[in-house]
Ligand binder design. Sequence first.
Ligand code: ZN
Ligand code: ZN
Length: 342
Amino acid sequence: MKALVKQHAEPGLWLMDVPEPETGPGDVLIKVLRTGICGTDLHIRSWDGWAQQAVTTPRILGHEFVGEVAAVGADVTDIAVGDVVSGEGHLVCGKCRNCLAGRRHLCRSTIGLGVGRDGAFAEYVALPASNVWVHRTAVDLHVAAIFDPFGNAVHTALSFPLVGEDVLITGAGPIGIMAAAVAKHAGARNVVITDVSESRLELARKAGATLAVNVSRTDIAAAQRQLGLKEGFDIGLEMSGRPEAMRDMVDNMTHGGRIAMLGLPAQEFAVDWSKIVTSMITIKGIYGREMFETWYAMTVLLEGGLDLTPVITGSYGYQDFDAAFDEAATARSGKIILDWTV
Ligand SMILES: [Zn+2]
Ligand SMILES: [Zn+2]
């Protein structure tokens, strides 16, 4: 089968013929239909410091996908050939305290699909049945391909109750934009999102943000005044991993405000902890999705009319992966999809 492989420990990706994945009795073999390109994949393509310590070659990339079940192992009873499925990209140990308690998203020994084991940028991918999410209601294939990052957005946005609250999102990448759509759909009063990319801010407006603020030209305090906020934001969703965004967020929170932090900083940085203490702010780190509560929430949000199509800005055949990756690497694009059926 064709697969996009990190074949050598150097920048680049290689489209190659490789053997189909082997499956055991508890596994599902999936014919891949569409995949989403993630920042993780861009890091692995460019072979930066993170990728060099996280990935051993050769490795098939990719963790955001939708496909059709091609075969199931003898022990798999509730998934059938032909089912349309996505997959949870975090494979957990099943043995640690958190796994045993059903808190699988908190597993200490998570292995990432397309990072620590071969992934979904291929004509076929194999997964344990426990990681497979069956789409039991009709879903747009492009949207189904991005359930993994959509799950990051839902997990972050719904970390704290937000009905009627004023929400600040720093970072209008695809996950920030999806989080804006989720927060608005779920009943937030105002959703303010910040970035320095005008085209991404425009996508966020289309997705339902109340106000999309270019912080290279104006500041969040001005946005507060424009909306008539007097005491700051109730909920913060940090999606950029950038020190200045976190500092801006802390400066603009209400007393008792709550921050969910998904953006992964490249290195440690200073914040004014005295403000966090005296403003009595709660900070929660988010990694991945809750299995499978977040997946349930994603499905019902879409059934309830949540529209993610504004965030999908490009689609390429898998042979054109280089052009697709180049577009995904710009600061202008939303999600870029690879089609594995053309
Ligand atoms: Zn991803
Ligand atoms: Zn575990």
